[in-house]
Design a protein around this ligand. Sequence first.
Ligand code: ZN
Length: 318
Amino acid sequence: MKHTLVKLFSFAFLSFPNICLADTQNDKIKIETSLPYIKELVQQASCNSNSFATNSIISLGVDPHIFHMTPQNRLSIAKSKVIIFIGAGLEEWIQKIPKSETQIWLELSKDMKLKKLDPNSKHNHTHNHEHNEEDHNHEHRHLELDPHIWQSPKLTKLALKKISILLKDLKPSEAEVIEKCTQNYLSKIDGEVNLLKKEIQKIPEKQRILATNHDALGYFSDEFGFKILSITGVSDDSAPTSKDLKNIILNIKKENVKAIFLESTGNMRNIQSIAHETSIKIGGELYTDSLGKKGSNADTIIGMWQVNVKTILNALKN
Ligand SMILES: [Zn+2]
């Protein structure tokens, strides 16, 4: 009997190397994340450890505010051991999924000190339009707190630390390596942010104004020292009224704004019409709601901050 078993095992190993591969694959801890930003944090915290199979439901370059889940997404979440999401109402769809008792759900923004969003912001303004027919009877929950933590180096560091604690719990045998990877990435963030802050000093202080119709850059502005000039009342869906336009032009002139910015995931027809009306220049496109697509140089967290600072620098410095 023993002999037969040994024979069987050797047969399995020799003849079906794929089976062994498949087993290794199954040993991985499956981590589902809502955004590519979170997927990268898991990879950075663990130096891309083979022990974790990490996926992002939303792809690079996609606006998370208008995302609709597919049955495949549901299945992928159901099969995961760990689900990590931003929270603060950003991914309402993920919070509607029933949680299994064997799963771990981590809401990154929980216990973070989040900014309040302007009630007139785009996030609230276009909210009703973003619902399809099916959702129409659901209670409309507006975003009260700012979920754009990917624009904040400080909150990103907090998010990384939370993820790092979780990964160490999941894989104690790799705790030391994970701690090292986490510390390295924390230092990398500090180093890069210091360099970017030095670059921003090249913009005269009075010109450090970000004119935008979308308050996704609140954390970014606080930490990198910009003032936000909110072009409120302008949604992606409707043209500004002549009264709106008058106010916007007044503010832009009063503040002597040098440029206004487009966004990678927005419909920026109206920004273009404001630029036309005020003959102010368009300073380029900023990555606000999402990391950039592959090949954009903004497809990583630090890369996104670097590309945005470069765009702003080119537009606002003398
Ligand atoms: Zn947003």
